[in-house]
Design a protein around this ligand. Structure first.
Ligand SMILES: Cc1cc2nc3c(=O)[nH]c(=O)nc-3n(C[C@H](O)[C@H](O)[C@H](O)COP(=O)(O)O)c2cc1C
Length: 195
């Protein structure tokens, strides 16, 4: 299903067409596609080129690994991510061991995640980012070292059919996408004074 943004000005297709579905199709995501997504993340800009990120990838062709990653999501997210092909857990290196605290780590992980999901769009794949993770479980299950904060999960798969979702989720899937107008967050001269 397509759900392109209704933009006030024309945007690059990748930006307008990326959205966060919960229905995924059964086709597998190939190992090369997975590597391509991670390569897109790898080439993100970061403060001091610090690259303060890490990712744990679980794919459906490893059912045990996929089930483990799935179990690290909150129940609501588990309910629909089970039909995705790949789960990517993301980590921000806020306090790398032996290094200086990096106040921009979360920002830079966000840039990497953004590149990853836009690359997914370019490959014809669907992506859905989640804050609904169980951070303590992730740390324990994967032996995450001190200094790395579990931040989000990203579900990746082929676009699916909203009719495969429970009715309430199907309704949300079909609802229009919404954004605040620029006047609420783009200022000039003084805070609150719209550009
Ligand atoms: C950091 C982050 C956390 C999110 N957490 C969740 C989540 O836990 N569960 C969920 O269903 N969607 C989650 N979303 C998806 C957002 O609800 C979605 O991106 C937002 O509604 C805008 O819709 P769009 O991505 O289709 O433009 C998250 C998105 C981001 C970027």
């Amino acid at each position: 299903m397509k759900k392109d943004a209704i933009t006030d000005l024309p945007l690059n297709d990748l930006i307008a067409s990326r959205w966060s579905p919960r229905a995924f199709g059964p086709e597998p995501v190939t190992p090369t596609q997975v590597r391509t997504l991670m390569e897109a993340a790898r080439w993100a800009a970061s403060a001091f080129n610090g690259q303060p990120w890490a990712f744990i990838v679980a794919t459906k062709d490893d059912p045990e690994g996929f089930a483990t990653a799935l179990s690290c999501l909150v129940e609501f997210n588990q309910s629909w991510v089970s039909s995705a092909s790949v789960i990517i857990l993301t980590f921000s290196a806020r306090h790398p061991a032996g290094g200086r605290a990096n106040a921009y780590a979360d920002h830079d992980l966000g840039l990497a995640a953004s590149q990853l999901v836009l690359q997914a769009t370019a490959l014809g794949l669907a992506s859905h980012q989640m804050a609904g993770i169980v951070a303590d479980r992730i740390k324990e299950v994967y032996g995450v070292p001190e200094g790395f904060a579990p931040m989000t999960a990203i579900a990746i798969g082929h676009p699916g059919d909203p009719d495969t979702l429970p009715e309430q989720l199907a309704e949300r899937e079909r609802a229009p996408r919404e954004r605040k107008p620029q006047s609420e967050f783009v200022f000039s001269g003084a805070w609150g004074k719209a550009l």
